[in-house]
Design a protein around this ligand. Structure first.
Ligand code: TRP
Length: 334
């Protein structure tokens, strides 16, 4: 079986954007691939080194979010990044295979630096996290990474490193991993911003209550050019209609088509469309909330899933490091 590795920074609960970009693919691919889900606490610390409680508190949260959407802990391996020392070791070895110029050009890192470090003083560990992420991906000799479009530069870097490693040390230790993004692309925020993101405050969380969902939907950004319900409205690019396309089941298609026609013709108000969207989202989230509630009542079970998964992952890491040390001629006492 080919392998999947993907992961999440434990910095907060996961939201609908994560579902569309990555979680949905994880669920649908779990039978086809040997799947590893990493809680990326070391990466989270690169911009939260002074807030370790936050990172620690969110380890169980992101694990429960993954379990809640339907990843089966009997098939899928969950592990915690910091508990696999081999990832750190591989990061150091990989740093020689990447130029500073290349790391500094990473578009995702550049965007994050502009958002997170406004005073321009950036921890070196943060600049280096794409190399560390390449080690995350490669230590399991991964074939596929289901993740959002913003992770493309990291997966490409991991391919470059794998290629360079294999060529330099004349080996075939590492397969070249591919990125798999959600078919729907990136999900807009409730405020119409191109990206749903905690730091932008435009999220709907998988764990939001029905009331929170309703409240967020009712204050969503729609068509700014439309002032009255009788004005002709825009459906394309309108977050409310985008969410309907992303989350409504197929049997709602004719209702949605009808709403679109009436919206374009100025025959339906925002409130009616939003009430319908809130219903659709709450129906979509109901089974996710129910599963999450079961795990929330049993945090020891979640910890046990992580502990066993981490142990299994460590055994895989040891195997890869044997091959790496041999290829790099640092296997002195083997
Ligand atoms: N960078 C990812 C994020 O911000 C988290 C992550 C860490 C990851 N290591 C990974 C994703 C390896 C995919 C593969 O969400």
């Amino acid at each position: 079986m080919k392998r999947i590795l993907t992961g999440d920074r434990p910095t907060g609960k996961m939201h609908l954007g994560h579902f569309v970009g990555s979680l949905k693919n994880r669920v649908s691919l779990q039978d086809e691939y040997e799947t590893f889900i990493m809680v990326a606490d070391v990466q989270a610390l690169t911009d939260n080194y002074n807030n370790p409680e936050k990172v620690r508190d969110n380890v169980l949260e992101v694990t429960m979010d993954n379990l809640a959407v339907g990843l089966d802990p009997k098939k899928v391996t969950f592990f915690i990044q910091s508990q696999i020392a081999e990832i750190a070791e591989l990061t150091v070895l990989f740093m020689n295979l990447v130029t500073m110029e290349k790391v500094m050009r990473n578009p995702t890192v550049k965007t994050e630096i502009a958002q997170k470090f406004k005073d321009g003083s950036v921890p070196f560990g943060f600049i280096n996290y794409p190399v560390s992420q390449s080690a995350d991906i490669l230590f399991l000799r991964t074939h596929l990474v289901p993740a959002g479009e913003d992770q493309r530069p990291m997966v490409e870097l991991s391919r470059d490193i794998a290629e360079k490693f294999n060529a330099t040390y004349k080996t075939d230790v590492f397969p070249l991993p591919d990125l798999k993004v959600g078919e729907f692309g990136r999900l807009v925020g409730t405020d119409g911003n191109a990206k749903m993101s905690k730091s932008l405050g435009n999220t709907i969380y998988l764990s939001d209550t029905p009331e929170e969902v309703e409240k967020k939907v009712m204050s969503m950004y729609t068509d700014p050019a439309r002032i009255k319900a009788t004005d002709p409205g825009h459906v394309e690019g309108n977050p409310v209609f985008i969410y309907l396309d992303a989350f409504a089941p197929n049997d709602q298609r004719s209702t949605i088509n009808d709403l679109q026609t009436r919206y374009r013709g100025g025959q339906v108000g925002d409130i009616e469309v939003k009430k319908y969207l809130a219903k659709i989202l709450n129906a979509f989230l109901a089974p996710i909330r129910a599963r999450r509630a079961e795990y929330e009542q049993n945090p020891d079970l979640v910890r046990e899933i992580l502990r066993q998964g981490t142990e299994k992952t460590r055994r895989e890491a040891v195997e890869t490091m044997k091959l790496v040390r041999k290829a790099m001629k640092i296997d002195y006492f083997a």
